[in-house]
Design a binder for this molecule. Structure first.
Ligand code: FAD
Length: 433
């Protein structure tokens, strides 16, 4: 079988690795528009069970990913100069570039053909391909070219965000909520991902973005303003912005939630962010993209086995892949929906004490929270998480409610550093940590 994979991001590379492992006789070519060393984005975070999943699929790349990841533990939340901490949470992060290097090297070693600096915009550019895997990310052009067949829906988030880096190395997953002179709030999520760098995502409402005139500032002015606003969690360190982050629409972006009624059309199949996106505040997009890759690779191999011509029963394989992944994704999509909404509704929670704010932030995937006054929401979740039996009841009720409220889906358990309980401690007023 000849397989053309458009997009050499995590999804496309991992699919090509798993396919070559299972079926070395297949010809797999990855077409990537960027040069091999292009650096887009900063670090991505993930949890221990993700490494277990990777080990089960391809121990070689899993070992390299584990070796190049950094581990963080605990949670810290800065709220208007006060600092609240929480123990227990533990996760890993890796530089996106390092992840792509590891996956690219492994793909090459298995015989995958990699073509860089090649943008594919029409399927006619890939005439010999039996299967075209569309792994181009959220802005997929091939998907757009067949939009009616896929039934693509795009929902723009209400907040603005910027994906930045900093040489301040955070030890814990850190949030900071900062009130500004205009009365609006800015906030960030930060975590380490290499020896000397951390990811630093800044977010705010559209109203804050306009009131602070962030729409009118250039890159340097934006970074200096944000460094002043976040001076306390940054401890005076600088923020960095990659040139690639600056698109035709400027530095700041809105998050686009993408869904597709169908994930395949003729011999084209969507993978990773091209098929679906989940808000970055649940830190799961890469994991879900790699799980898609594994499911698609298995479906193609399963349907090819036993066929005399060596090709797969394509329609059946792609249908089985789509069905499986749509079911598996429901919980994460619901969690992402409520998590994004929590940040969009941040003004509702801004008056909570720092401890309560941090506790409620840890429960942001809950479909209950938008329907309760914030203080009551805190008490309900505090009560429900204090005892194991009530925790289980809360989880069960949350899944049922999400099923009703969010297009037949239920929220994920903890794809994010969510609170496992209300054990937060205040560290003092405005210390320079
Ligand atoms: C701010 C932010 C923070 C995030 N943090 C996390 C995190 O902590 N943890 C996590 O798991 N996920 C995180 N994510 C999500 C994660 O980055 C994505 O879900 C993941 O990268 C999806 O992988 P992909 O391969 O499907 O798409 P992409 O990573 O977008 O890769 C697509 C590739 O296709 C290439 N391409 C595009 N168009 C063409 C074309 N026409 N021809 C050829 N090549 C093309 C692109 O150059 C790119 O290399 C974050 C996302 C954002 C925006």
């Amino acid at each position: 079988m000849q397989i053309a994979c458009v997009g050499g991001g995590p999804a496309g590379l991992y699919f090509s690795i798993l396919t070559k492992r299972r079926r070395p006789q297949d010809e797999v070519t990855v077409h990537e528009r960027l040069p091999a060393d292009a650096d887009v984005g900063w670090g991505v975070t993930f949890w221990a069970d993700f490494l277990e999943d990777l080990r089960a699929c391809d121990p070689e790349s899993a070992g390299a990913i584990a070796d190049h990841s950094v581990r963080w533990s605990g949670g810290v939340c800065h709220v208007a100069g006060e600092v609240v901490t929480r123990g227990g949470d533990e996760g890993y992060s890796i530089a996106r570039r390092t992840l792509l290097d590891i996956l690219g090297a492994r793909a090459r070693a298995l015989g995958v053909r990699m073509i860089h600096d090649q943008e594919v915009s029409r399927s006619a550019q890939l005439p010999g391909a039996d299967v075209i895997v569309v792994a181009e990310g959220a802005g997929s052009r091939l998907r757009q070219s067949q939009q009616p067949k896929f039934g693509t829906r795009i929902t723009e988030g209400r907040n603005r965000f910027l994906w930045l880096g900093t040489d301040r190395v955070f030890e814990s997953f850190t949030f900071a909520f900062v009130p500004t002179d205009t009365g609006d709030w800015l906030w960030c999520y930060a975590y380490p991902f290499s020896d000397g760098l951390s990811t630093f995502i800044v977010e705010c409402s559209e109203a804050a973005w306009r009131a602070l005139k962030l729409d009118a500032l250039d890159r340097e002015e934006t970074l200096r303003l944000l460094e002043r606003c976040f001076a306390e969690p940054l401890r005076g360190h600088a923020l960095q912005c990659r040139a690639e982050e600056e698109t035709g629409t400027g530095l700041w972006r809105t998050f686009r939630t993408i869904t597709n009624d169908s994930w395949h059309a003729r011999n084209m199949v969507l993978l990773g962010d091209a098929a679906h996106t989940t808000h970055y505040s649940i830190g799961a997009g890469t994991r879900l993209a790699l799980q898609d890759a594994s499911a698609l690779s298995s479906a193609l191999a399963d349907h090819a086995d036993g066929r005399a011509d060596g090709g797969a029963d394509l329609g059946a394989a792609l249908g089985a892949y789509e069905l499986r992944r749509k079911q598996e994704l429901r919980r994460a999509q619901a969690a992402a929906h409520y998590s994004a909404r929590w940040f969009e509704d941040f003004a509702r929670y801004a008056r909570l004490s720092p401890e309560r704010l941090f506790a409620v932030l840890g429960q942001r995937h809950s479909p209950l929270l938008p329907h309760l006054p914030p203080a009551l929401g805190y008490h309900v979740h505090h009560g429900l998480t204090a005892f194991p039996a009530l925790r289980n009841l809360r989880r069960w009720a949350g899944h049922r409610l999400a099923t009703t409220l969010h297009t037949g889906s239920a929220p994920a358990s903890a794809a994010v550093p969510a609170s496992r309980g209300p054990a937060v401690t205040r560290e003092g007023v405005g210390p320079k940590r």
